[in-house]
Design a protein around this ligand. Structure first.
Ligand SMILES: [Zn+2]
Ligand SMILES: [Zn+2]
Length: 355
């Protein structure tokens, strides 16, 4: 029952009771709602997502690459968290379980949800031996199962009965729902699993998406985004990683579906906080837009929304740092977040900055 309904019901009861005995009272007006926060931690190239509620429930999704335990344990300590209720291990790749042995060593974990797949790696062996050392119950949840995390519900959307052959495709995908807020966490799934989830009607529109596979071009297809349509997208990715993640293709697809994209390599850890009705985003670092590698002196770069800029009086578009932008009156500037948007609006690239 919502706090509002509870209050209405209570007031009705008070009116009824007042006619009998003048004793009952409403709960205080300032009864604060339970808050849920979801943080995509900046662990470099890998995933670690911490979900906490103000009534003390904690869930960790993945443990990042080797060394991520420092970040995870520090955040747990800073938030006075001494126990993890549920640990979801989306798949046993090293960039998702690397920090887990140390976390399991330090913090009691009540239960684990994983796919049941093993990996032939030292890090997997260490993860597995910690589970038996501490006798942690493990379940292999599949499509259709769900559980409560305090006031929120965690729905397991993927994998189904038969595990896909490739580890990334078998990643556990969950939707976290609290009141009207929802977030989709997709592990490292790729186009095939996304396609099956779309076909089976397992997906719905969400507020926030943890983008699959660090923004790789093998995932986050248009068909998938067409159903999920996130307001914000968060990419967990290491600065200057050797895979070229995230791909420009995925970035422009996200923007063409209207998602505001955050990425841990620029923004640091990204936190969403919600009371189940409204939500807001906080980033560890002040928000900066990705700058092209050949950017000029930052002092001469005009401040402006978007990555590309054109003038209402011409058909040329530029990077926002291009010297020609300075001569465009602010009132006549048009910002574009992608090159495609500028071209679709009838603009051609500047020959000086070559956007
Ligand atoms: Zn990964
Ligand atoms: Zn993977």
């Amino acid at each position: 029952m919502s706090a509002y309904r509870r209050r209405v019901l209570c007031c009705v009861l008070v009116v009824l009771l007042l006619s009998i005995v003048p004793i009952a009272a409403c709960p205080p007006e300032d009864e604060s709602p339970i808050l849920l926060s979801l943080t995509v931690l900046d662990v470099g190239q890998g995933d670690a997502i911490l979900i906490t509620t103000s009534d003390d429930y904690t869930m960790l999704v993945d443990g990042g690459p080797r060394g991520a335990s420092d970040v995870i344990l520090r955040v747990l300590r800073d938030n006075n968290i001494s126990m993890i209720d549920v640990l979801i291990v989306t798949h046993p790749d090293a960039d998702h379980i690397g920090g887990l042995p140390e976390v399991l060593q330090e913090i009691p974990v009540l239960r684990i949800v994983d796919t049941g797949l093993s990996a032939e790696s030292q890090i997997y062996d260490r993860y597995f031996s910690m589970i038996s050392t501490f006798s942690i119950p493990v379940s292999h949840d599949r499509t259709g199962s769900s559980f409560a995390l305090g006031p929120a519900t965690v729905r397991v959307l993927w994998p189904g009965g038969d595990l896909p052959k490739r580890r990334n495709e078998s990643s556990i995908v969950v939707e976290l729902v609290y009141g009207e807020f929802s977030a989709l966490l997709t592990g490292d799934v790729e186009a095939e699993s996304e396609g099956t989830m779309v076909q089976l009607g397992l997906l719905s529109q969400v507020d926030a998406l943890k983008v699959a596979h660090h923004g790789s071009s093998t995932a986050t297809t248009a068909a998938f985004l067409d159903v999920v349509r996130p307001a914000i997208a968060i990419i967990s990715v290491g600065e200057g990683n050797r895979y070229g993640h995230p791909s420009d293709e995925v970035l422009s697809r996200l923007s063409s579906f209207g998602a505001e994209t955050y990425r841990t390599d620029f923004d640091g850890s990204v936190t969403l906080e919600t009371d189940g009705r409204t939500w807001r985003v906080d980033t560890e670092h002040p928000r900066v837009l990705p700058e092209p590698e050949h950017s000029s002196d930052p002092d001469t770069r005009p401040e402006m929304e978007g990555v590309y800029c054109g003038s209402k009086n011409s058909d040329v578009f530029h990077y926002t740092w291009c010297k020609h932008v300075e001569s465009i009156k602010p009132a006549n500037r048009r910002a574009f977040s992608t090159r495609e948007d500028a071209i679709a609006a009838g603009y051609r690239p500047c020959t000086t900055c070559e956007p």
